[in-house]
Design a protein around this ligand. Structure first.
Ligand code: MLT
Length: 411
């Protein structure tokens, strides 16, 4: 007898894109210890926690050290003080009503968008936009829903919806019926947003085809333009067909602190083998109560502080800061003749690589010549080949320095 592995793991690329980049950058740094590398690769924030958030975080840590205010296990779904603030500020303010047991606090949208597929059958057909946040694809690979990858880098059983400059990075509705659709808006990596009318088409498609949309809104705080929905539930009927993921990482600097939430409306249904509709909300609740013990009390208090008036104005300032970086990146790269997309309602700038250069060649050029790190578009899927992603999350100083360095290159 020998222990068998989950062979689906053998279908994955050898490493996760951001781990691979880190490895290459570390190697370069070892070989070039004097190089001052500027990292515009992984979308990690650089500004510290907002002061109001930090204050409440510390107060809650102190509470944990006192017998009267100490807390042990909290509710797996999250504390109601945070859930109430989320519902009031993120949804009721946009005319959306949610019950408190429709919101699940977690330690990250990466985990939730990765874990959600567990409550769906393995024979569902999954559609992803291409390029795409790799977590959606790779967690389905691990589960055995995708089959092997073909020579062009596409998993055989996944439906890919290409988003390139030719279609303005707006995915078309699937030609064949699909069951699960991952949508990330504002999009990581392309920065694309959909307006209400465009998003309504997806909701209508899902209602007509009994599909479910897994809607990742981790970057909604970066939306600057009007008429762009911040939540999919702004679209009529979406509560029947969509699960939404949100995060405190990118709006309030929680990438290292970890707090996010997922909305699973009670109306959203999938079907058992007898064709009977089953609500997904109790299934997700069952999954979370079994596998997750909730986010720590101080972190949930820190997240609650995001919704105070001071917290709101502090995070607005942070977002404006990063969006100014985005503007600088766009302007600088356009000036040197590159085709630049995104960066208007999103902290990501999506660039067409110079003629004759693929994504990794451009990565190597920037790393070797000017010591700037970005993310090769091909790491997000086959349609990302020939593109490159730069984040606006570094400091203003580093962003300017990186753009000055890149501007000296000629393509
Ligand atoms: C990214 O760079 O795409 C993000 O940092 C990934 C994430 O949020 O996990």
């Amino acid at each position: 007898m020998v222990v068998k592995i989950n062979e689906n793991y053998l279908l994955l690329k050898s490493s996760y894109i951001f781990a691979e980049i880190a490895q290459r950058v570390n190697k370069f740094q070892e070989e070039n210890p004097k190089a001052e590398i500027i990292r515009l690769g992984i979308g990690d924030v650089t500004k510290p926690l907002p002061p109001t958030v930090l204050k409440e975080f510390k107060n809650a840590v102190d509470e944990m050290g006192q017998p009267d205010t100490f807390r042990g296990y909290g509710p797996e779904q999250g504390y109601s003080f945070l859930i109430q603030e989320i519902i009031k500020n993120d949804f009721q303010s946009r005319g959306i009503e949610l019950d408190s047991d429709e919101v699940f606090i977690s330690d990250g949208a990466k985990c939730d968008t990765g874990n959600i597929q567990e409550i769906f059958g393995l024979d569902n057909v999954v559609a992803v936009t291409d390029p795409v946040y790799p977590v959606y694809v790779e967690t389905n690979v691990m589960a055995g829903r995708t089959g092997p990858m073909d020579e062009e880098g596409r998993y055989q059983k996944l439906v890919y919806l290409p988003c390139t400059a030719e279609n303005d990075f707006v995915p078309s509705l699937p030609e064949e019926p699909v069951d699960l659709i991952y949508l990330c808006l504002p999009n990581n990596p392309t920065g694309t947003v959909l307006n209400k009318e465009e998003l309504s088409r997806w909701v209508n498609y899902a209602r007509e085809n009994k599909s479910i949309i897994l809607f990742d809104a981790a970057y909604e705080a970066y939306i600057q333009e009007d008429n762009i929905p911040h939540s999919i539930y702004e679209i009529e009927g979406a509560k029947e067909v969509a699960i939404e993921f949100r995060s405190f990482s990118k709006n309030a600097g929680f990438t290292g602190t970890r707090c996010a939430y997922t909305v699973v409306p009670k109306q959203v249904m999938a079907y058992d083998s007898e064709g009977k509709a089953q609500a997904l909300n109790p299934l997700w609740n069952r999954r979370q109560t079994t596998k997750f013990n909730g986010v720590s009390y101080p972190i949930q208090r820190a997240a609650e502080a995001v919704y105070t008036p001071e917290g709101q104005s502090e995070i607005k300032e942070y977002i404006n800061y990063y969006m100014e970086n985005a503007r600088i990146i766009r302007d600088s790269l356009e000036k040197i003749g590159l085709n630049v997309y995104g960066g208007v309602n999103s902290p990501y700038i999506w660039i067409k690589t110079p003629e004759g250069m693929d994504s990794w060649e451009f990565f190597d050029l920037l790393l070797n010549e000017v010591h700037v790190v970005g993310t090769p578009g091909s790491g997000f899927g086959p349609s990302g080949e020939g593109y490159f992603r730069i984040t606006a999350f570094n400091t203003l100083e580093n962003t300017k320095k990186a753009m000055e360095r890149i501007s000296k290159l000629s393509f």
